[in-house]
Write a protein of this length. Structure first.
Length: 77
């Protein structure tokens, strides 16, 4: 954004664009961590009740970690 655009954004919104970027990034990570906690807990319950085998449980954990690492790379770099 140009200096004039940033000034207009701050004048109309009352905050800088970097604050919005920080809030949106934080929200994405908060939702991702809540979803990951729910997914891993549900998979663990299934594994403990022998509805999932260990390979399926580890698949859930590995997929969550891969998603977290990919989003971390894309959003924080």
């Amino acid at each position: 954004m140009s200096t004039a655009q940033i000034a207009a954004f701050q004048a109309n919104g009352g905050f800088s664009p970097s604050i919005i970027a920080l809030v949106l990034t934080s929200t994405v990570f908060a939702v991702l961590l809540l979803w990951g906690t729910w997914a891993i807990r549900t998979a663990y319950s299934g594994w403990a009740e022998q509805r999932l085998n260990q390979r399926q449980f580890l698949g859930v954990v590995i997929r969550f970690m891969a998603m977290y690492l990919a989003l971390t790379y894309l959003l924080l770099s």
